[in-house]
Design a protein around this ligand. Structure first.
Ligand SMILES: *Cc1c(COP(=O)(O)O)cnc(C)c1O
Length: 414
């Protein structure tokens, strides 16, 4: 079906929840995506941080084929070795004790919220005074289900669905005084994305994270760190919190976990995990042999190909090159991020949009978040050559934009 027909049919058939780019990708290989016209695009987005091993990776296609031939699904009524083997890897990677598997990011976060509420209930039953409130941060994104969206900050995502889960307060990002002021025995959990994704690639400060840890320790409240976008090695460590040397009580993983097969995981300490007992929480699909089999293959390949070191090294190179662009172009306000999770904040949303469109025209895929931030979430496999190609393309587009705005200024003064 030609793209125009596809667009016309979709506009009638699908819920109108997405504003798509006018491109149809039909295949992919390595760090490249191919559109229906046969054009190859350098992919710096990896399906919003999902396809960490790029496309058509033999490790993933083999794991999928092998698992499809034996078992895809049996349900959580039965044992499966993949589930246990993956849990072993994830607990080693995160330093946490137990795992709950599910099928998406929001389900992982929803499970985290439920565990924190249940844990507070357990503490109350044991005679402790602890409430049901969550502290979350401005510009946070934790997903779209009723609990997750209650902790998500953006009003447009949350307000049309009121009443969402009650008892959440949002405080300004990295504001230690506001955190201390909002914290009390009423709080059962503090919710933090270590490196905010949708909110514009904002790293949490060491002081803020440490204060959150100390406040939680003072009452038995839980520190919930959402690593759905930043986890699984994207920042050069398995979890972004490992850059800070601070352990959470609960963390969540999803996007790249099974290389593109939908999967999420919620991990917690032994202390927090004791709040879940049989029947309290569950899922039909979660942790099925197919998804867990692929996730094991993804993790083993990240280790085997030393992709944590690679993500750190290429990420450092990428940040340095972006910063040198910032030195040249006044339209760039700031460069932020860690490893291969990077953002370039522009002064103007219009310029950010034009640059994004220009990149698509040059067959380079990225996206824009929080209106003014160009976001890079490339597959872990990108090389210096890909970074150089990207920087050259951005350099050209920023220059064009600046010439345009100078022309506009001159026209205005003449
Ligand atoms: C994407 C994302 C989610 C939600 O994941 P879904 O799979 O879309 O439900 C939650 N938290 C963070 C930090 C995310 O980036």
């Amino acid at each position: 079906m030609p793209l125009a027909d596809l667009q016309a049919a979709e506009s009638k058939l699908l819920m109108q929840t997405y504003a798509r780019n006018p491109i149809e990708f039909v295949s992919g290989n390595g760090v490249y995506l191919r559109d229906d016209q046969g054009n190859d695009y350098l992919d710096l987005l990896s399906g919003i941080g999902v396809c960490a091993l790029g496309y058509n990776h033999p490790v993933i296609t083999n794991a999928l084929a092998k698992q499809a031939e034996s078992l895809i699904h049996t349900s959580n009524l039965f044992y499966n070795a993949n589930t246990t083997e993956l849990a072993l890897r994830l607990t080693e990677m995160t330093g946490l004790d137990r795992v709950f598997f599910c099928n998406s990011g929001t389900e992982a976060w929803e499970a985290a919220l439920k565990l924190a509420r249940a844990h507070a209930g357990l503490l109350r039953a044991e005679g402790k005074h602890i409430g049901t409130r969550f502290i979350a941060l401005e510009n946070s994104f934790h997903g779209r289900t009723m609990g997750s969206v209650a902790t998500t900050h953006k009003a447009a995502y949350r307000e049309p669905f009121q009443p969402v889960m009650p008892d959440v307060v949002h405080i300004p990002f990295n504001d230690v005084a506001a955190l201390k002021a909002a914290f009390s025995e009423e709080v059962c959990g503090v919710c933090i994305e270590v490196l905010q994704g949708e909110g514009g690639i904002n790293p949490v400060s060491e002081e803020f994270l440490r204060t959150a840890r100390e406040l939680c320790d003072s009452t038995g409240a839980l520190l919930l760190l959402d690593e759905i976008q930043s986890g699984m090695g994207r920042t050069g460590k398995w979890c972004a919190y490992q850059h800070y040397d601070i352990q959470p009580d609960i963390t969540t993983l999803a996007k790249p976990l099974a290389g593109g097969v939908p999967m999420g995981a919620m991990l917690a300490t032994e202390e927090a995990s004791r709040a879940f007992t049989p029947g309290m929480h569950g899922t039909t699909f979660g942790g099925n042999p197919l998804a867990t089999g692929v996730a094991i293959a993804v993790i083993d390949e990240i280790k085997h190909a030393k992709l944590l070191d690679h993500a750190a090294e290429i990420g450092n190179y990428f940040i340095a090159q972006l910063n040198s662009l910032k030195g040249k172009h006044e339209s760039i306000a700031e460069v932020r991020g860690m490893g291969l999770m990077l953002g370039v904040e522009m002064h103007s949303a219009d310029v950010a949009k034009s640059v994004l469109d220009g990149m698509f025209a040059k067959h380079i895929v990225l996206n824009r978040t929080h209106e003014t931030v160009l976001r890079f979430l490339p597959p872990f496999l990108i090389t210096r050559e890909h970074v150089d190609q990207t920087i050259a393309a951005l350099d050209e587009l920023f220059t064009q934009q600046e010439v345009k705005s100078t022309d506009a200024a001159l026209t205005a003064t003449n």
